[in-house]
Design a protein around this ligand. Structure first.
Ligand SMILES: C[S@@+](CC[C@H](N)C(=O)[O-])C[C@H]1O[C@@H](n2cnc3c(N)ncnc32)[C@H](O)[C@@H]1O
Length: 221
């Protein structure tokens, strides 16, 4: 077996991608663990994580690295945050989630992974967690909500460093089930541009996620 690093902290193991387990022998969502030359890797499942799907679908700009400060909107029980926690191992990942049920599971995960900071909050009201979150290098948004682009931009304006990168995964059906997804993606992209952001990259997540697109953005100024 050979292991090769693709992006910072992302490894290729045969046909899979993986991250180095920050907490060896502990699984987060039933993922496979692989030992190699004294390190343990967690296989990153693209059907459980849209960021893994984006990587496998050819994402070119991967802004995360071991020192990245990250704000994660829509952390749920922490599947994708756990892999970002493996990558940003010397830093902090602020995880915003508004469902108390998901937050309970997330808090259990954060007890084990000290670089994950749980925040029970509504991402449409970022001023409510202004005092808890510092400026970040990367803002990742996966809330599957109708107003996701708007809340993504509001959070970017408050928390993203000027040279930072934002990634949003847009689920067309969360915005309007009756519309053609292509039209929805065009409209969401246009909102991002009008809002003062440059779209650097767009990645379709099929076949892992139907009618989903990831947009990678930066400030246009
Ligand atoms: C698709 S799931 C996220 C999955 C997670 N990102 C992962 O890959 O492991 C979307 C999550 O966003 C949360 N959510 C939706 N609207 C939100 C809001 N306004 N503020 C905070 N969390 C929100 C939902 O409760 C849900 O847990």
């Amino acid at each position: 077996m050979e292991i090769e690093e693709s992006f910072s902290g992302v490894y290729i193991i045969e046909d899979h991608i993986a991250t180095e387990n920050l907490k060896p022998s502990i699984k987060v969502y039933g993922e496979k663990l692989v030992d190699f030359e004294g390190k343990e890797y967690r296989i990153w499942d693209p059907r459980r994580s849209k960021l893994a799907a984006a990587i496998l679908k050819g994402l070119k700009r991967f802004p995360f690295h071991e020192d990245s400060k990250v704000l994660y909107l829509g952390a749920s029980a922490g599947t994708t945050p756990s892999h970002i926690s493996d990558i940003a191992r010397n830093s902090l990942v602020y995880c915003v989630e508004f469902s108390p049920r998901m937050m309970r599971e997330l808090v259990d995960l954060c007890k084990v992974r000290e670089n994950l900071i749980p925040i029970l909050g509504d991402a449409t009201k970022p001023k409510n967690y202004l005092n808890l979150v510092e400026k970040v290098d990367v803002l990742y948004c996966d809330v599957a909500q109708a107003k996701q682009s708007e809340l993504f931009m509001d959070n970017m304006r408050l928390f993203l460093k000027p040279e930072g990168i934002g990634i949003i995964t847009v689920k067309a059906r969360s915005i309007d089930v009756t519309q053609n997804p292509k039209k929805i993606f065009r409209e969401e992209e246009s909102k991002l541009k009008t809002g003062g952001f440059r779209v650097l990259e767009r990645v379709k997540l099929e076949p892992y996620e139907k009618d989903h697109m990831a947009f990678v953005c930066e400030f246009a100024f």
